[in-house]
Design a protein around this ligand. Structure first.
Ligand code: GTP
Length: 235
């Protein structure tokens, strides 16, 4: 096993599956099974999930809503998705703990770094909800921050493309995929991996990023074993 402690970042939109909104139970269980396979291989798993399937702060701003207000609504959306993942994992008999960056003690624990690490050591999957608890930060940034705080070996960004390409593969058929790329090259080529805040946090703290296709069964497990899956961004 190459990675002993991972932070898996999932997008909220991915949970929609083929639906236009909300949570697709079939997709949710597929993800839970992928996570279980990784977990069963002995890896410590932490998860951050976005909220875009329920609410997007930026779009709300375009509709006239105050940005900060919209961002807080987005953070609450991530808690809903986190609870869904928690429930799906528990259906598969995996112990989990959900910690929120915004206190809501009737629903979950508050984020306490040392407790999160202890939970991981005890074999619980830890889900971090409510982003970083601050407006103007994306869930990618929250994922990078939490990954650094818990000293994860790598941040795994599950997407619907199988890595980083020279151009957007959904628009340019000639685009080719990188197996590995340095932080510097991502900057200099202007490639989009995460937003710059998240990316810079990873770079400055020497936290490797792997972008991979979460919708391909087995990818997550193979990646943890050290097989070449997706694109690795490192120093
Ligand atoms: P250790 O005993 O330290 O290994 O961890 P633990 O999580 O099992 O202990 P704890 O007694 O803190 O938690 C027991 C259960 O209560 C777990 O399911 C926690 O997620 C949950 N829990 C702990 N603190 C809170 C809280 O502030 N709010 C909510 N809603 N649940 C909590």
């Amino acid at each position: 096993m190459k990675y002993k402690r991972i932070l898996l970042k999932l997008s909220g939109e991915a949970l929609m599956g083929n639906k236009g909104f909300g949570i697709d139970q079939v997709r949710l269980m597929e993800y839970a099974k992928e996570i279980k396979a990784a977990y069963d291989s002995g890896c410590q798993v932490a998860i951050v999930i976005g909220g875009g399937n329920i609410f997007r702060g930026i779009q709300a701003e375009q509709g006239g809503m105050d940005r900060v207000h919209g961002d807080y609504m987005g953070m609450l959306a991530t808690v809903i998705n986190s609870m869904a993942i928690q429930s799906a994992l528990e259906n598969l008999k995996i112990e989990t703990r959900l910690q929120s960056a915004i206190k809501m003690e009737q629903i979950c624990e508050p984020f306490i770094r040392r407790k999160a690490v202890r939970h991981l050591e005890k074999g619980r999957v830890v889900i971090f909800g409510a982003g970083s608890g601050n407006p103007y930060f994306t869930t990618d940034s929250a994922a990078a921050l939490r990954a650094i705080e818990i000293e994860a070996d790598v941040i795994l960004k599950g997407t619907r493309v199988d890595g980083i390409y020279t151009a957007d593969p959904e628009k340019d058929p000639k685009a080719t995929k990188y197996d590995r790329i340095s932080f510097e090259e991502v900057y200099s080529k202007g490639l989009e991996v995460m937003d710059l805040t998240a990316f810079t946090l990873c770079k400055e703290n020497n936290l490797p990023i792997i972008v991979f296709d979460m919708n391909k069964p087995g990818n997550l497990q193979n990646l943890i074993k050290g097989e070449k899956v997706g694109t690795l961004v490192e120093v």
